[in-house]
Design a protein around this ligand. Sequence first.
Ligand code: HEC
Length: 105
Amino acid sequence: MALCTAAVLAIAAVIGACAGAGLPTVGEADVVRAQALFPEATRDRLVSGRQIYSQRCGRCHEPFQPATRTPDQWRLAVAEMSERARLHGERQALVLEYLQTFAAR
Ligand code: HEC
C-alpha cells in the first residue's frame, strides 16, 4: 500500500513538473523588462512566480501562455482565478509579476 502511494505521488510530481514545461523561462533581458514595471523585480521573484503559476494555475487546465493576454487581462484573470487556486498575498503578487512581464505587448 505504501508502495502504491509512493508511485501515485511520483506520477503526480511528474505531471506537476510537465504542466509548466512550455512556459517561458526567465532570462536577463526579462529581468530588466520586469524592473521597468515592478521596481522590486528580481530573477528569483520571476522564477518563483513562474513556478507558482504552473503549480497552482495549472491544476484544472493547462496554464495559459503569458503572451496570449495583455497585462490588464492578466490582472483581471488572476483576481478572478486566485480564489480557485487558493492564491493570496505575496504568492499572488509573484504570479502576476511573472505573467505581466511575459504578457502580450
Ligand atoms: C479550481 C480549478 C481552477 C484553478 C485552480 C484555476 N483555474 Fe483558471 N479556469 C478554470 C475554469 C473552470 C475555467 C473556464 C472558464 C470559467 O469557468 O471561468 C478557467 C479559465 C481560465 C482562463 C480563461 C478565462 C477567459 O475568459 O479567457 C484563464 C486566463 C485562467 N483560467 C487563468 C487562471 C489562473 C491565472 C489561475 C491561477 C491564479 C487559474 N486559472 C487557476 C478553473 C481553474
